[in-house]
Design a protein around this ligand. Sequence first.
Ligand SMILES: [Zn+2]
Length: 198
Amino acid sequence: MNYEGPVQDLIEELGRLPGVGPKSAQRIAFHLLAVDAADARRLAQAIVEVKERVRFCVRCFNVSELEECRICRDPRRDPTVLCVVEEPRDLLAIEKTAEFRGRYHVLGGAISPIDGVGPDQLRVKELMARLGGEDIAELVLATNPNIEGEATASYLARLTKAMGLKVSRIASGLPVGGDLEYADEVTLGRAFAGRREV
Ligand SMILES: [Zn+2]
């Protein structure tokens, strides 16, 4: 059974979000029907603002309000150490550990032949340009501890091997097959501190 007009539209839009099935979509829609108009408007406004004001940092591809993100603009960050992550959310998970004082490079995913994602679909070219143009001495590969993340880390380790950099991979101890963003801060912090050269 379908609801009428705007309610059905909302359920359909919510149902297109990742991880939201038809039942959840319906539950959220009815929740929004019940909340104050001001609360609902704040949510709608946050969605509009994120699309209008947030873009990707031209240097590291983190989400950013300005041309360069807060981390790239911060002169206290060590510009010689670069941590490679898959997504901005992984960057945020590492930031929460307070274990890393360098800068980042966000790939925008991981190598996954099944999904048709190869190095060309990721920001590998941009990474190589940074390694060529910036004064980077160490590369930390912090892709997720799953098949795609490991494949990506091995690929990047091979690609950068001849460049005279120190290349390390975050330590195991993270749940295999998991995502960095779901690791708790202590575990991720430890994995970071225990990174090994590859
Ligand atoms: Zn940046």
